[in-house]
Design a protein around this ligand. Structure first.
Ligand SMILES: [Zn+2]
Length: 451
C-alpha cells in the first residue's frame, strides 16, 4: 500500500513539477537608469516587497564610463570596460575603420573581446540561456546567441518581453536556466525631465514598480516563483543637467583639428594631427571638465588599456554638458565619474540562493558576474570582480560583515575581562576576621584571659 502511495506521489511530482527543477535558475533584470536613491524617494510597494523577501545592495559602484552599453556588458562579464571592449555607446576602431553606435551594434567584432555569461552558461552549464533585449544578446558573440532571444526593438512592450521570458523559462526542451530581461525606463524619462522632477519621475517609477508586480504575478502563475532566483538591478543613475552648465568646445578649438567620437559627459576626442596642440587648447576650455591624455587617465577608472579608448578623453563635472555649440535638449544625463553617488544604481535579489531581509551598503557591478556564476554552478571566465564581496547575500556562504566582526571581538573581550576580574578578586580575597574565635576555642580553658 505504502509502495503504491510512493509511486503515486512520485508520479504527481514527475507530471506537475517544473522542467529542470533540479538545476538552479536565475533571471537577471535591468531597469535602465534606476538611480539608487529612487528607492528611498518614491513609494514603490512591489519593489519593497521584493526587497523584504530577499536582499538589497543600496549602492552599486558601476564601471567608468557610466553609460548603458558599457555597464550592461560589465554586469554580464565581470570585466571593466577596458577589458571587455565596449568602452562607450559610440566607438571608432582606427585599424578597421569600423564604427559602433546604439543603432549599429550588431557586429560581433565589438563584443568578442569578452564572453558573456549567457554564452558560458550554454557552453558549460546545465541548460540554455534566454534573453529579452539585454544589450548584446541579439549578437553572435563567440559564435553564439542565447538559445532564445529577441531582436532589439524598443517599441516591444514590457508585458510582451515578460511573456516571452516566462514561456522560455517554462521550456523543457531545452531547459532554460539563465535569462535576462531589459527595460528602457526610468532612463528615458530621467533624461527628459531630470531626476529631480519628482512629479514626473514619480509617475514613471510607479509604472516601473507595476512592471515588477507584473513580472512577479507571471512567475507565480507559471509556478516558477518559489524556485527561481531573480536579480533586479540597473546600469547607472542620473544627474540633473542644465542649459546653463555647458562647456562649448567651439569656443576653444576649431572643429577641423579633431573628430568627436563620443559625446558628453565623457567626450572621446580623436585629434587629426598634433595631439599635444589639441590637448593644450582643450585644457583652456573652462574649469568644469577634466582633460586627460589617454595615458593620464586615473588608474581608478580602469579605462586606459584598450585601443578603442581615444587619445584624449574629456570628463565633465557632475551636471555639466560638453557640446560643440548645440543647445541642450535634456535635463538629465549619466556617464560621469563612477565615484559619484548620483551615478550609482542598486541591486535587489530574491530566491533560494539569497538570504531574506538582508541589506548591504555596496558592491561593485563587476562582482555580480562571479556571484551569478556561483549560483549557476559555472566556472567563471577571467574577470575583475570579487566573489567574497557578495558572500553575505548568499545562503550557502559563511560570511561576517565588519560591524558584526567588531561586535563579536568587543563581546569576547568583555567576557574575558569579566572572568579575569572575577578570578583576581577571588584569589586576593582575605578571609574575614573572626575576632571571637580564640575566645570560643578557649571557652573551656580555665586560664584567665587577662592577667
Ligand atoms: Zn541613458
Amino acid at each position: 500500500m505504502s509502495l503504491l502511495l510512493t509511486l503515486l506521489l512520485s508520479g504527481i511530482v514527475a507530471c506537475c513539477g517544473h522542467p529542470g527543477d533540479s538545476v538552479p535558475r536565475l533571471l537577471l533584470v535591468s531597469f535602465d537608469g534606476f538611480r539608487a536613491d529612487y528607492l528611498e524617494t518614491y513609494h514603490l510597494p512591489h519593489l519593497q516587497e521584493f526587497i523584504e523577501d530577499g536582499v538589497l545592495v543600496k549602492q552599486v559602484t558601476n564601471a567608468f564610463i557610466t553609460k548603458t552599453f558599457p555597464n550592461h556588458y560589465s554586469i554580464v562579464t565581470g570585466l571593466y570596460e577596458e577589458s571587455h571592449g565596449i568602452v562607450a555607446n559610440d566607438m571608432y576602431d582606427a585599424d578597421t575603420k569600423k564604427t559602433f553606435s546604439q543603432f549599429n551594434d550588431s557586429d560581433p567584432f565589438w563584443w568578442n573581446e569578452a564572453v558573456p555569461i549567457w554564452v558560458t552558461n550554454q557552453q558549460q552549464g546545465n541548460g540554455t540561456s534566454a534573453a529579452a533585449m539585454w544589450p548584446g544578446t541579439d549578437v553572435k558573440i563567440n559564435n553564439a546567441t542565447p538559445h532564445f532571444f529577441m531582436k532589439y526593438n524598443f517599441s516591444v512592450k514590457f508585458q510582451e518581453r515578460v511573456e516571452k521570458i516566462v514561456t522560455w523559462l517554462n521550456s523543457s526542451d531545452p531547459v532554460v536556466n539563465f535569462a535576462t530581461l531589459y527595460w528602457e525606463e526610468p532612463d528615458v524619462s530621467g533624461h527628459k525631465y531630470g531626476p529631480n522632477d519628482t512629479e514626473n519621475m514619480r509617475k514613471v517609477l510607479e509604472k516601473v514598480d507595476n512592471h515588477v508586480g507584473y513580472l512577479k504575478s507571471k512567475l507565480k502563475a507559471s509556478g516558477l516563483w518559489d524556485s527561481i532566483n531573480v536579480i533586479i538591478t540597473s546600469d547607472h543613475g542620473m544627474a540633473t543637467c542644465s542649459p546653463k552648465k555647458l562647456i562649448v568646445l567651439d569656443g576653444c578649438i576649431d572643429r577641423s583639428n579633431y573628430v568627436l567620437i563620443d559625446k558628453s559627459p565623457v567626450a572621446a576626442v580623436l585629434p587629426k594631427k598634433n595631439k599635444k596642440y589639441v590637448y593644450n587648447l582643450l585644457k583652456k576650455c573652462g574649469n568644469h571638465m577634466k582633460v586627460y591624455l589617454k595615458e593620464e587617465i586615473p588608474e581608478r577608472f580602469h579605462y586606459r588599456h584598450n585601443k578603442r579608448i581615444q587619445p584624449i578623453i574629456l570628463v565633465a563635472d557632475e551636471g555639466w554638458t560638453i557640446v560643440q555649440n548645440e543647445s541642450l535638449l535634456k535635463l538629465g544625463d549619466h556617464g560621469y565619474d563612477n565615484a559619484l553617488p548620483s551615478m550609482h544604481p542598486f541591486l535587489a535579489a530574491r530566491g533560494p540562493a539569497f538570504h531574506r531581509g538582508y541589506k548591504q551598503s555596496t558592491i561593485n557591478n563587476v562582482d555580480i558576474y562571479p556571484m551569478m556564476c556561483h549560483i549557476l554552478g559555472l566556472t567563471p571566465q577571467p574577470h575583475n570582480g570579487t566573489f567574497s564581496n557578495t558572500k553575505c547575500l548568499l545562503t550557502d556562504q559563511w560570511c561576517i560583515n565588519l560591524p558584526e566582526a567588531i561586535g563579536i571581538v568587543i563581546g569576547v573581550l568583555m567576557v574575558l575581562t569579566t572572568f579575569t576580574c572575577i578570578i583576581i578578586i577571588s584569589k586576593n580575597r582575605v578571609a574575614p576576621p573572626r575576632p571571637f574565635s580564640r575566645l570560643q576555642l578557649q571557652s573551656d580553658d580555665d586560664d584567665p584571659l587577662i592577667g
